[in-house]
Design a protein around this ligand. Structure first.
Ligand SMILES: [Zn+2]
Length: 120
């Protein structure tokens, strides 16, 4: 069963899929970096130990963000498939075009984003 979609949505879908692929590839490439930092007391100075730990914290934070983004991408793609894209998942209102342009994966309208305290 093929639903007819408009060209804009099709283009958006393509770009979301491309971004998704990028994130997946990044995850694969960096899976080695998930190992805990070996803190070698003898060969590493105190400063480089701190650097290593700081880098690891940054890696973890980036990874967390990528996971969040992936989940949002998947959800947006799902909504495109179901013909629900562009409508707020919370109240069903149409999401402002400008808001979608700013973040194509946003699932809620501005009012609901404010209500849930996520803000802008
Ligand atoms: Zn809403």
């Amino acid at each position: 069963m093929t639903k007819k979609r408009n060209a804009n949505l099709e283009a958006l879908r393509e770009s979301l899929l491309a971004r998704r692929k990028e994130l997946m590839e990044w995850n694969t490439a960096h899976s080695e970096a998930h190992k805990p930092v070996q803190v070698d007391q003898t060969s590493m100075g105190r400063l480089s130990r701190m650097d290593a730990l700081q880098n690891q914290a940054m890696e973890l934070e980036l990874e967390r963000r990528r996971k969040v983004e992936l989940a949002r991408l998947d959800a947006a793609l799902q909504r495109i498939e179901e013909g629900e894209y562009g409508y707020c998942v919370a109240c069903g209102e149409k999401i402002a075009k400008k808001r979608l342009e700013n973040d194509p994966t946003t699932p809620v309208c501005i009012n609901c984003a404010r209500d849930s305290g996520q803000g802008e």
